[in-house]
Design a protein around this ligand. Structure first.
Ligand SMILES: [Zn+2]
Length: 208
């Protein structure tokens, strides 16, 4: 995220993407409406992914999990319906831009950018597991309003990351100690007096 920053503006051919921070070309799209019939929208519960993973009878689990993770991350994305009918009702004055660099959508009411809420200053590493990204993005989005809340979420991310790396995922200090022993590239403070919050990494799981 370096170089020139161009503020997003309605109709602009390119601007700094509020998702990925790249100065990128934007494609403009228009939303059309389809009656939801008896499908009222609702948020899935956060443990739904675990329940689906545990369901042995279910097929195409990975597709369902991928979809639900995107919904849980409050992402805006395209869900294609093969049997769609011709749509003729447009939701006027709602505009959508799509970043050429990351493919993410931004929503506008008239000339006001309403989604995403802010330009994320801190991006998760591409290789971060999706389920950890959810917590990470949430931490990044609240860091200005609640630094302590963000720190708690980041600690949870680290715990999940260490579990993802095959460690116990229970005691963060122990797990980081094991990572250091295994030469994963962390530089942990020599002196334990400085505490676990002081560690730094030569290859952090995120960058700013
Ligand atoms: Zn982007």
């Amino acid at each position: 995220m370096s170089g020139k920053v161009v503020r997003p503006a309605l109709g602009a051919q390119s601007f700094t993407c509020p998702h990925c921070g790249a100065l990128a070309h934007q494609t403009w799209l228009r939303p059309f409406l389809m009656y939801g019939k008896d499908q009222t929208p609702r948020m899935p519960s956060p443990d739904v992914v675990d329940r689906i993973r545990a369901d042995r009878k279910l097929e195409n689990k990975e597709d369902i999990i991928k979809y639900l993770n995107r919904v849980l991350a409050r992402e805006v994305f395209i869900e294609s319906h093969e049997n769609s009918v011709y749509l003729k009702s447009e939701l006027a004055n709602i505009n959508i831009s799509r970043c050429y660099s990351c493919g993410a959508f931004a929503l506008w009411v008239a000339d006001k950018l309403i989604y995403p809420e802010q330009i994320l200053k801190i991006q998760p590493n591409e290789d971060m597991p999706h389920e950890i990204k959810l917590d990470f993005v949430e931490a990044a989005s609240i860091v200005d309003q609640s630094p302590r809340g963000a720190a708690a979420l980041l600690r949870l991310c680290l715990q999940k990351l260490t579990a993802h790396l095959g460690l116990k995922g229970k005691n963060l200090d122990d797990d980081i100690g094991s990572l250091v022993k295994n030469g994963i590239g962390w530089s942990y403070p020599e002196s334990s007096r400085r505490g676990a919050s002081d560690w730094q990494s030569s290859s952090t799981p995120w960058s700013d």
